[in-house]
Design a protein around this ligand. Sequence first.
Ligand code: URA
Length: 219
Amino acid sequence: MAGTRSPEDEYTAAPFVPEGADLGALREAAAGCHGCPLHRDTTQTVFGAGDPDARVVLVGEQPGDQEDRQGKPFVGPAGKVLDRALDEAGIDPDETYITNAVKHFKFTHVPERGKRRIHKPPSLRELSACGPWLAAELELIEPEVVVALGATAGKALLGSSFRVTKQRGTRLEGDPSGPARGALIVPTIHPSAVLRADDREAVYEGLVADLRVAAEALG
Ligand code: URA
């Protein structure tokens, strides 16, 4: 059921998430989500994409500039790194479903970079507001393994005490009342960390090693 919210309301996507919907209907409804203010400055909602029968779901942080323009997750540089790493770890990217913890691009402008939109991390409030979309996607797909790509995805799946440096590359059980209940969660770094690193090769190898943990869990 489409919802409306007043500025005084708590941020939440919940009233916009239709009950009993399939993934297509969820995607359509998410296009009109006004559950938090992030939709105001973006081009569009970027919903999850990929195999609806996937055994593994990958969860990123939020769409970037290119994803916002194209309306699809991980179509920019981080997505290219991720596809290569998945392949190398033995996971076929075409057999995955990929989504983000937050479905709108959050950005800022800095004077020295002109019109360029600079990524800004979502707040915990925005992250939790968007949680009902991620929960609805995971409930429909029922994956065996969920890979959390970076700290924000880890917090969305495992709670705010999640620390990527401590927990990456391990197999964790989702809270029974959390969005990934029933699935094994394997956290790793966000693929964009590879692009920012001084030693790209070493950071990339770490990403592949963590993804191998997910591949092994799939058997
Ligand atoms: N980074 C993310 O976390 N998600 C995307 O879709 C693109 C970049």
